[in-house]
Each structure stands twice: as C-alpha cells, then as structure tokens.
Design a protein around this ligand. Structure first.
Ligand SMILES: [Zn+2]
Length: 299
C-alpha cells in the first residue's frame, strides 16, 4: 500500500534551481513514542523528520542523514533521521513534565548538527560527515538556512511546518553552475525570484494547503518538473547484531556488569521500543563468537 508520505523532487530547468517537497502523516503516528510527547515536541520532531527527508533529496548513493538538536534546556535532544530506503526514525528527550521551548529559548550552548553517513560497495564501514552550527533562530527552518549559509555555501531556502499529526516541508536550492552544461542559457534572476516567492509562504499555509495548490500559487509562471522521490515510513535500523557490537565496544567487564540480578542484560531501543535481552551465555558468545552453545566438544 502506498501512503501519502513521500518526498517529491522539484526541478526548474530554466532557472538552475532544484528543490523538494515532503509530506508526512502516517509515519509520525507510527513512531512509537510520538503520541506520548507534548505538542511542542511533536511539532518540532515532525519538522526535524521532514527536514531530514528534504536534505536526503540531495544525497546520492547509500546514505542516511540526520538532523539533531542538543541543548541544556528542557529539550535535551531532538533527533530525526532519514535512510536511503525512506525509513524515518526519531525521538525527543525532554526534562520530565516539560515541553520543548521555542528554539531561541534553548540557551547559548544549543547546537544543530547535520550528519551524513554514506556507505558504498568499496567502503562498507562507511564515511561520516557532520556539520555543526549554534542555534540563533526561533524556527528550525531558519536554523537550517543558517547552517546552509555557513557550512554548505549553497544558497538554500526552506519552510517547515508541523502540528501533532502531520509535517510538511519545502526546500529550494541554487544548483552549482558546474552541474549545468548550458549555464549560459539560465535565467540569471531565477534564484532571486524563486527564493523570494518561497519567502511568501508561511508555515500555516504550508500545513493547510495541498502540494498542488502551493506549487501553483508560488510558481505558476515558472517551468517546474516534479519527480517522485522516496516513499517515507517509520522504520528502525536497530538489530541484535548492533547491540552485540555495542557490548563489544564496552568491553567484557562492563558488559557482564550489565547483567541484572535476574541474570539478564536488557537493552531497549529508544526509537522503536524493541527490547534486546542477553543472558550470561549470550554475552559470553558476544566476546567469544566461536564458542557457540552446542559447539563445545567434551572429551
Ligand atoms: Zn529500534
């Protein structure tokens, strides 16, 4: 079954401008912790997930991208991630009983981190790139524009909007001229015009109007091509193997110390609520993978 949760690529062939539109409904409700968050955190998490999907529109190959916000305020962590299969996962960590404050109330230590992890056939362990900027804006879309202005050097404008059940995002980016074989034919005013038009789109209109209405209202005088991108859905990438490698990185002593009185070490995935349980024999096998139960030879 196809859901309406999708990324759509936008291309203005005569202007040297590209972009993306994202719509999230079902995937937000499918996030296990989402319904339990207060409304401000829900809206911010919806925006972070929409942003991760929009940023994924520009990424090639096997990669996942995350938008993360950390602060010493009541909102300690906000995390939204989009994988190459369109899997979305995310969470908010809040001080007990608090909602997320406005972004410009997060305090001086608040940072926004964009992380891109890429893998290829040649490099299976992957490469990781992270850009960090302080948060000085009241809105997440403005903070991301600041990130692009300082880290990526690519003129970028975007609008994000979300409430307790849906999220929308629209992004435009000026294409580097070297991506254009016929750059001389491009409308030199194209970027100024389209970026000014998107500036007239408020979050309320983005949330309430459908994609066709918004794109017609903004760009009816431009040649605009739409290409379907990723279908988006909630999906977690956790696995028992990943928990095992986490235990390995802790070391045997600490891993064994995690065994509770019950004799079980339990690791719960914060994204999907799955519970991974290890008893002493499981943990021994993590550190001595060849000594599997049943393979011991006795003489
Ligand atoms: Zn998980």
């Amino acid at each position: 079954m196809t859901s309406s949760d999708q990324l759509v690529h936008l291309h203005f062939p005569k202007l040297g401008v590209k972009g993306a539109y994202v719509q999230l409904d079902q995937s937000l409700g499918d996030l296990p912790a989402y319904a339990g968050y207060p409304i401000g955190a829900q809206a911010l998490l919806g925006q972070a997930l929409a942003a991760a999907a929009l940023l994924h529109a520009n990424v090639k190959g096997r990669s996942r991208i995350s938008v993360q916000l950390q602060s010493r305020s009541a909102l300690r962590l906000l995390y939204g991630e989009c994988s190459e299969e369109g899997g979305l996962r995310g969470l908010a960590q809040l001080t007990e009983g608090s909602d997320a404050p406005a972004l410009d109330q997060l305090g001086a230590s608040a940072v926004l981190a964009i992380t891109l992890e890429s893998r290829s056939e040649q490099n299976r362990s992957g490469t990781r790139y992270q850009g960090l900027v302080p948060i000085t804006s009241a809105r997440l879309d403005q903070a991301l524009e600041h990130y692009f202005a300082t880290s990526e050097q690519l003129p970028t404008v975007l609008v994000l909007a979300a409430d307790g059940s849906r999220a929308r995002g629209l992004l435009l980016q000026k294409m580097p001229l070297d991506e254009h074989p016929d750059a001389a034919l491009l409308d030199p005013d194209g970027w100024n015009r389209t970026s000014m038009l998107i500036g007239t789109l408020g979050p309320n209109e983005l949330l309430e109007a459908d994609r066709g209405t918004i794109l017609r209202r903004l760009f009816h005088e431009e040649t605009l091509q739409l290409v379907d991108g990723l279908q988006l859905r909630f999906a977690c990438t956790c696995s028992r193997e990943r928990v095992e490698s986490m235990f390995r990185s802790l070391g045997r002593e600490e891993a064994m110390a995690a065994l509770a009185e019950s004799g079980l070490a339990s690791v719960r995935c914060e994204f999907c609520d799955r519970d991974y349980r290890f008893d002493r024999i499981d943990l021994e096998a993590v550190f001595h993978p060849l000594t599997q139960p049943g393979s011991t030879v006795t003489q």
